[in-house]
Design a protein around this ligand. Structure first.
Ligand SMILES: NC(=O)C1=CN([C@@H]2O[C@H](COP(=O)(O)OP(=O)(O)OC[C@H]3O[C@@H](n4cnc5c(N)ncnc54)[C@H](OP(=O)(O)O)[C@@H]3O)[C@@H](O)[C@H]2O)[C@@H](O)CC1
Ligand SMILES: Nc1ncnc2c1ncn2[C@@H]1O[C@H](COP(=O)(O)OP(=O)(O)O)[C@@H](O)[C@H]1O
Ligand SMILES: [Mg+2]
Length: 281
């Protein structure tokens, strides 16, 4: 078992060349935030902006638009009922789908649009409700994406993989990932107090960082935005996903030195500083 090392992360977060613009750092679309779970997509969007994606757009229920605008003016917002999602999806490099998405027919329709529109040039990050919806109906898996990064917590992974939590060992997880994504384009970020990142080829990276102050609603939503932004800037691979996990926990550990509880929004605000510290020439 290989730990995610500081050196690996430093090799991923390269310094930005002077001659560059927002188009060089990727376009990310986040889809989520139903009437009850607007906070989830706000936290994912904020983390995505803080983690350096060049352009961020968020498709959500209209009830969330004012709060999103007020909180994160850097991002563009789309009312998911008033726009052809298929056209929007085609314009993006990375699509993060699921935080606060909910489980109703609108949510299923959005996942269906994603499945229909996504191409092999794009990366999809699936979290939370998106994983639960696919657990109910495997035909919603956006399998044509170039890379599909699944970021379940253990209960979501139980629903998707059918492996009960006590039986989620490396061998079973690897087999399940390959059954879900037989084309070999899957990466599993299985979240816990020791998050593990798996690829379809059987490699595993373990997160050595993190703390119990991070056990709070919104922490995974925040991670999904970091993963999306990292894939947009640095390309989608297991090493890049693992670097996002490491940076998220590193920021959490910085805050945990002084704070009993690590608020996701505080962690998110710390990410630009952590990326600067870990960036290599
Ligand atoms: N502010 C907002 O808008 C927020 C909105 N959110 C949105 O809510 C939606 C539902 O997502 P969800 O994660 O809250 O619910 P669910 O999938 O039922 O998981 C909880 C169940 O799993 C179990 N469990 C076992 N192991 C576990 C583990 N390692 N980590 C975590 N749980 C573990 C646990 O069992 P317990 O230990 O409590 O018996 C419990 O029964 C989704 O769209 C999400 O984005 C949230 O992000 C929060 C902030
Ligand atoms: N005890 C812990 N130690 C380290 N990290 C933790 C701990 N508890 C939770 N986390 C991290 O917090 C995040 C929780 O994700 P998730 O359950 O999806 O949260 P939410 O859906 O509420 O945003 C994961 O990144 C997980 O690794
Ligand atoms: Mg979650």
């Amino acid at each position: 078992m290989v730990e995610i090392s500081r050196e690996l992360v430093q090799s991923i977060i390269v310094q930005r060349p002077s001659q560059s613009h927002k188009g060089n750092y990727g376009k990310v679309l986040l889809i989520g935030g139903s009437t009850n779970y607007g906070g989830a997509i706000i936290m994912a969007t904020e983390a995505c902006v803080n983690s350096g994606a060049g352009l961020v757009a968020t498709a959500t229920h209209s009830v969330n638009l004012d709060a999103l605008h007020a909180r994160i003016p850097e991002a563009m917002f789309i009312d998911w009922r008033n726009r052809s999602m298929n056209d929007l999806i085609k314009q993006m490099d990375v699509i993060v789908c699921g935080p606060g998405l909910g489980m109703d027919s609108v949510a299923r329709g959005l996942l269906h649009s994603l499945r229909e529109s996504v191409t092999s040039q794009q990366t999809v990050v699936l979290d939370a409700s998106a994983i639960d919806l696919i657990a109910q109906d495997r035909s919603l898996m956006p399998e044509n994406a170039g890379k599909i990064i699944l970021t379940p917590h253990q209960k979501e992974w139980e629903r998707l993989s059918q492996i009960r939590i006590p039986y989620q060992n490396d061998s079973a997880n690897h087999t399940a990932l390959n059954l879900l994504l037989p084309a070999g384009n899957g990466i599993l970020v299985l979240k816990s107090n020791h998050t593990k990142v798996y690829n379809c080829q059987g490699e595993i990276l373990v997160n050595p960082l993190g703390n119990p102050g991070m056990a709070i609603g919104g922490m995974g939503d925040t991670l999904s935005g970091v993963v999306g932004a990292f894939c947009a800037q640095f390309g989608a691979s297991m090493e890049v996903a693992a670097s996002a996990v490491y940076v998220h926990s590193y920021a959490g550990d910085c805050i945990f030195k002084t704070d009993y509880v690590v608020r996701p929004v505080k962690l998110s605000a710390k990410i630009p500083q952590v990326m600067k510290e870990l960036s290599s020439k």
